[in-house]
Write a protein of this length. Structure first.
Length: 280
């Protein structure tokens, strides 16, 4: 693994890790992280693919983990900036250094949503989506929706206004988040348009121009992802992608546990062949 620092168009340094295979198969996989999830979560997965000949890139969005400033209060960051600037920095790097490679992108949760914010998403031959959807409360089970209304309608704006950032760690929601990211997350949950609403807020929306195949993985035990939410994203946000769904059953996991994050844990390594087969 190599440590890289890539500067965005607005001169912000992003922490990037490069996993190079001993014998390249001429394929590259970029991993777009979930909200507030450190890139380290994907390292074992990345090493697995490097072991099968892939060149793999992981990175932290601005405001997260190794791409975090000294203070989050007052820091400018949003999911829209993640898509328009941070993700774009990675795709520029890929085009400059791996022009002849077959290119694939795995988007975990928000990592799939930001594809529509970057013209360069067209460089990828195929997308793998993991645990992603239009997360509007109307697409969620009633008990999850109730929790979401309280968490994103009351706790998130109150804490963010008080502190100047959202202390997501205190709520078991991963890394603490810049203010703009928190409010974009609120939009995804509480606005009926969900992802499409974020697309409306950027200068150019490229979501309708994407026509590749998308292999969409969701876990049987992920309470936050529903077929209704996934279909909403694919029909409204990415209507021209050629979609295939794959539900991963709890019985397929050695520990009987997948949820929203644990697909990428080493104890679920047996599940990674699902993705490998799709990219072979």
């Amino acid at each position: 693994m190599k440590d890289l620092i890539l500067k965005t168009s607005d001169n912000f340094p992003l922490s990037v890790k490069l996993f190079e295979p001993e014998h390249s198969n001429g394929k590259l996989l970029l991993i777009n992280s979930a909200t507030g999830v450190k890139q380290q979560v994907y390292f074992s997965f990345a090493n697995y693919f490097a072991g099968h000949g892939f060149t793999v890139l992981t990175y932290d969005y601005r405001g997260i983990n190794e791409s975090k400033p000294e203070k989050l209060k007052g820091f400018t960051g949003s999911m829209r900036i993640w898509g328009t600037k941070d993700f774009t920095t990675l795709t520029h790097f890929i085009q400059e250094n791996y022009a002849d490679y077959r290119k694939f992108c795995l988007g975990h949760s928000v990592g799939a949503l930001i594809l529509g914010m970057n013209r360069d998403s067209r460089i990828f031959e195929k997308f793998i989506f993991v645990g992603t959807q239009d997360a509007y409360i109307g697409n969620l089970p009633w008990n999850v929706a109730f929790t979401a209304i309280f968490g994103f309608g009351i706790a998130l704006p109150a804490c963010t206004k008080l502190l100047g950032y959202f202390p997501a760690t205190s709520f078991g929601l991963g890394e603490s988040l810049p203010k703009g990211v928190a409010y974009d997350w609120k939009t995804l949950i509480l606005n009926r348009k969900s992802t499409s609403k974020l697309f409306e807020k950027i200068d150019e929306d490229f979501s309708k121009t994407l026509t590749q195949e998308a292999f969409i993985i969701h876990a049987e035990d992920d309470p936050w992802v529903t077929m209704k939410g996934m279909e909403s994203l694919m029909n409204r946000g990415y209507p021209n992608l050629k979609k295939t769904y794959r539900e991963v059953k709890v019985s397929e996991s050695p520990k009987g546990e997948i949820g929203h994050i644990n697909f990428f844990r080493t104890f679920n390594k047996v599940l990674w062949k699902i993705v490998l087969n799709e990219l072979s």
